[in-house]
Design a protein around this ligand. Sequence first.
Ligand code: GLA
Length: 400
Amino acid sequence: MTKARENKGQILDRLSRVMDQKMGLGPEGKFFFAPSRINLIGEHIDYNGGQVFPCAITIGTYGLARPNDLGKLRLGSLNLKTFGEVAYPLPDYDNQRGWINYPIGVFRYLEDLGYGQEKKGQGLDILIYGNIPNGAGLSSSSSIELLFAVIFDHFLAGGKVDRMDMVRSGVWCENEFFGLHTGIMDQYVIGFGKKDYAMVLDTSVPSHTYVPFELKGARIVIMNTRKPRALKDSKYNERRSECEKALNILRKDRDIRHLCDLGKEDLPLLEKIRDTTMRKRAKYVVEENIRVKEAVQALKDQDLVKLGRILRAGNKALREEYEVTGPELDAITGAANAHPDCYGARMTGAGFGGCAIAIVKEGAIEDFKARVGSAYKKETGREGEFIISEVGDGARLIEE
Ligand code: GLA
């Protein structure tokens, strides 16, 4: 069920070999890594000025990069087995270019901010490989964006790029290039993630603090439904616009910037929203923000029973009020939450397929995988995937 993953050394060897084969011999390259992320709780509220509680994990995207004197970017992906090149000045977005739009978007955004002027036109060879399951909602796209941002910083800007600008380059790519109106959570935690710490990210500023990510006697299990995320993008934008409409209605009576400016005591105000769907979405948002604060405290207190209960409540609300789960996520979280040694499970990320997370007692992980895997298969016909990953650092140069 769980495939053996290549270790870091094997991945770096493969990148070096393929770079030499496909792009010819050249100067010694450098290795970079950008993690993917899970979100413990605080879903779909990063675009509502809420607090979210993600962490960077140790699976992600590796890159090998070296300068060339060709005045262009030569790019390759080992996952997609595609190679391509783009010359300076970097062109506009083009659907035909697929993933190569990522480096174009990130580089252009950073160039527009004035970075890299002294190295303008410097060519680079870049080969990437991600060990994140495809389309799994662990934010492989933000991982790629931040990988290119640190490569740009290293080779073209002498390490001068502000981390926040790297984060913004990724968000800009999603919003402007791909038309996906995502929030800031994924790029932010991939940019600022810290080994063994979860991040409390206040998206209304944005600013963050860290909380030690310790689960006494338990582990986080990532559960991949392996359900392709067909409707994800359009539904995502739809939810975002529902929230904006709800906010505009409430603003007639209250001076608020975001839905998450409202607290528990303000819930009666939501009655002003006549449309029941929109009211349901707004209620979800306000209550999810409250759940995040409670979950942060529960983790600090090492009260895993309480933390698990909050995760379950969040998942139920995502299913019934925000309606972003779907049969596969419901099946896998349902089976996980029925396991006696699971404190709590919920979907993570945008939803409509992708991954869920569960907090499971350490000694019970094998039994958990077996039982949840078979219940999930029985209900959906799909083979789930279970991943145990550590909490790791943000995007960076990893080896000279
Ligand atoms: C995606 C987006 C994030 C966030 C989550 C849902 O991962 O990129 O900005 O909105 O969905 O919490």
